[in-house]
Write a protein that binds this ligand. Structure first.
Ligand SMILES: [Zn+2]
Ligand SMILES: [Zn+2]
Length: 320
């Protein structure tokens, strides 16, 4: 069921050292999702997921997550078991007690309520296996902005992608993927899914490739400030240079100097009016891309967008 995601995550992990930790965790989560896929009950799936999936998500994160995220999950587990993180063997057991409390973070995510980054991560990774839960859409501007919300559950878009294919009716069509339930729907290529603005779209993409893959940074040379409010952190390493590109120039998958790019199929679609953006995955440039997996490696683009004062419409599973 998750074979495509697994294969892609393994391929990207080999290709992009900066995303190796995040993809390692993603692969551990795929194991969890696969192992429970046949057991999801038709009724009461959220309560079931809290008892049977959330503890395993916590365990997988403690074992395979980036250090910051693992530490945050250990604190969350400890707060439920009354133990101090770092003492004894941490496991996900704190979430398996049948006290109803942990349903709170799952229900809060479904209802669009405010959560800490680690709560959001735990809720999303757990509910990945649960069928769509209808929630009231958040406040939407009248008219076209409502079209930027998922028609199944009212959730916001996680990302967009452009379909590949020989059929001109399909090729280049922009699809949005729901952050809540994974549903996909067709959306205008030039409209902001957040505020409905048309015609003020700016594309940010890799301007030229970074240093050769695998080159180590000198000790103490840390990537600048990627931690703000996020559940994980990218490993410092190969970071491509990102810059603003005119959509009409963003065609060939090469930088201004003609150099092949690390991320020819990834870019940020941003809106001047509301200062929000999302990552767009172009399957025409990389037909093997799996949008939910490829978005996880776009961290350098996300960091650049944060520097420019843009906020992602919905941070991804790992908080970027
Ligand atoms: Zn949805
Ligand atoms: Zn907008």
């Amino acid at each position: 069921m998750y074979g495509g995601q697994r294969t892609r995550a393994e391929a990207l992990r080999a290709r992009y050292p900066h995303a190796a930790e995040i993809l390692g965790l993603y692969l551990a989560l795929v194991e969890v999702w696969e192992s429970v896929a046949g057991d999801v009950p038709a009724e009461g799936a959220v309560g079931w997921a809290r008892l049977h999936v959330l503890p395993r998500v916590a365990e997988a994160t403690l074992a395979s997550g980036p250090p910051l995220l693992s530490a945050a999950v250990a604190v969350a587990v400890a707060s439920r078991t009354g133990t101090v993180p770092g003492t004894g063997t941490p496991d996900g057991g704190g979430f398996s007690r049948d006290d109803g409390e942990a349903d709170g973070l799952l229900v809060a995510w479904i209802a669009d309520e405010e959560l800490t980054p680690v709560e959001r991560y735990l809720a999303r990774a757990t509910l990945r296996v649960v069928p769509p839960q209808p929630a009231s859409p958040g406040p939407a501007s009248p008219g076209v902005a409502a079209a930027g919300r998922c028609p199944v559950c009212g959730g916001p878009p996680q990302l967009s992608y452009r379909a590949a294919g020989d059929d001109p009716l399909v090729s280049g069509r922009r699809m949005l993927i729901c952050a809540k339930c994974g549903n996909e729907w067709h959306f205008s290529a030039t409209t902001c899914p957040n505020c409905g603005e048309t015609g003020k779209r700016t594309v940010y993409a890799e301007a030229r490739a970074g240093p050769p893959a695998g080159r180590a940074r000198p000790p103490g040379d840390r990537a600048a400030g990627p931690q703000r409010g996020r559940a994980g952190s990218p490993r410092a390493g190969v970071l491509p240079v990102v810059g603003r590109r005119r959509p009409e120039d963003d065609q060939a998958g090469r930088g201004a100097d003609g150099e092949a790019l690390l991320f020819p199929h990834l870019r940020a679609e941003s809106c001047h009016t509301c200062r929000r953006y999302l990552i767009d995955v172009d399957l025409g440039r990389d037909p093997r891309a799996v949008p939910e997996v490829d978005e996880l490696v776009a961290v350098p683009i996300d960091l650049h967008m944060a520097e420019q004062g843009y906020t992602k419409i919905t941070p991804n599973l790992m908080g970027f």
